[in-house]
Write a protein that binds this ligand. Structure first.
Ligand code: GUN
Length: 298
């Protein structure tokens, strides 16, 4: 086959989130087995679900299954959609005070009328396995150890697993949310990438994205990022989880168009989403270690 044919036929290397998440979870499972021998105890994650949103219910179910696989005790607290802020706050206070509980996760979004910011700030930062608390985000910004938000930490684990070079490279993050875009940019900066954060007001977004060696799409618009946004050979990480009208799950990246130009790319599903849950397991074992002063937290 001629070189010309090779290059026309080339498609991006697939960055496999399922395979990498399985590796992370296996490492967590072994760590927990060891900790159980040392302490006689297992980490415990309390998950609070408010209301009946089907997507949230499904996420919590999947997280509970992950817990079971790695040896984390999952405690479910299901509250009705009309629960008062006082009642929800009281449950968080109770979980903060419970020495058996190492991690607390309140599934977002909360039903209308409940204050997410109040809830995030009420969780004890030592149990903030989501990494959403201002103390966790402040520690990230200052380069101090602490809980890192699971999705951006999962993206970093994927980039490392696939040997994607970051030092001196241009990383472009599309999206500026507190839970993905902003912490993602800091984690990439920490690894000496040159980082640009783009958003809905960015002028000529495709042109900026085309300068990226590593492009992280976290915009929340189905299949918005196509080949015209991608520099040939770039690494493309798709954080998006969107449902099309027929119920199919798609990312923020138009996968078929992008894979013809990118050097490496994550699929949806099977990319970043599964990594988010794997990193939640890792954060929970780290919270346990810190609270018990054992293992890596000693
Ligand atoms: N809703 C969507 N993603 C997340 C997450 O990572 N953590 C929580 N608590 N809620 C979410």
């Amino acid at each position: 086959m001629s070189e010309a044919t090779l290059s026309t036929d080339a498609t991006a290397r697939i960055i496999d989130g399922r395979e990498t998440a399985a590796l992370v979870k296996e490492e967590v499972r072994l760590r927990i087995a060891q900790l159980r021998e040392e302490t006689g105890a297992s980490p415990c994650l309390a998950m609070v679900l408010v209301g009946e949103d089907p997507a949230s219910q499904s996420y919590v179910r999947m997280k509970a299954r992950d817990c079971e696989q790695v040896g984390i005790i999952a405690r479910d607290h299901h509250l009705s959609a009309d629960v008062s802020q006082e009642h929800l706050d009281a449950l968080i206070d109770e979980l903060n005070a419970d020495a058996q509980v190492n991690g607390i996760l309140v599934q977002m979004p909360l039903p209308v009328g409940l204050d997410e910011e109040e809830v995030v700030e009420r969780i004890d930062p030592a149990k903030d396995v989501d990494g959403f608390h201002p103390v966790s985000l402040g520690r990230l910004l200052r380069g101090l150890p602490g809980m890192r938000p699971c999705t951006p930490a999962g993206v970093m684990a994927l980039l490392d697993q696939y040997g994607i070079e970051l030092e001196g490279k241009h990383a472009v993050v599309v999206g500026r949310s507190n839970i993905v875009g902003k912490p993602q940019a800091i984690l990439l900066l920490e690894r000496n990438a040159t980082v640009t954060i783009c958003h809905s007001r960015t002028c000529d977004l495709p042109a900026v994205c085309r300068t990226a060696d590593v492009l992280v799409a976290a915009v929340g618009h189905a299949q918005m990022i196509d080949a015209s946004y991608i520099k040939p050979g770039a690494t493309v990480i798709d954080v998006g989880i969107n449902r099309t009208e027929d119920g199919t799950m798609v990312g923020d990246v138009d996968f078929e168009s992008a894979r013809a130009v990118a050097g490496a790319i994550t699929p949806v599903p099977g990319g970043v989403g599964v990594m988010t849950r794997a990193l939640l397991m890792r954060n929970t074992v780290e919270a346990f270690e810190t609270q018990q002063s054992v293992g890596k937290g000693a």
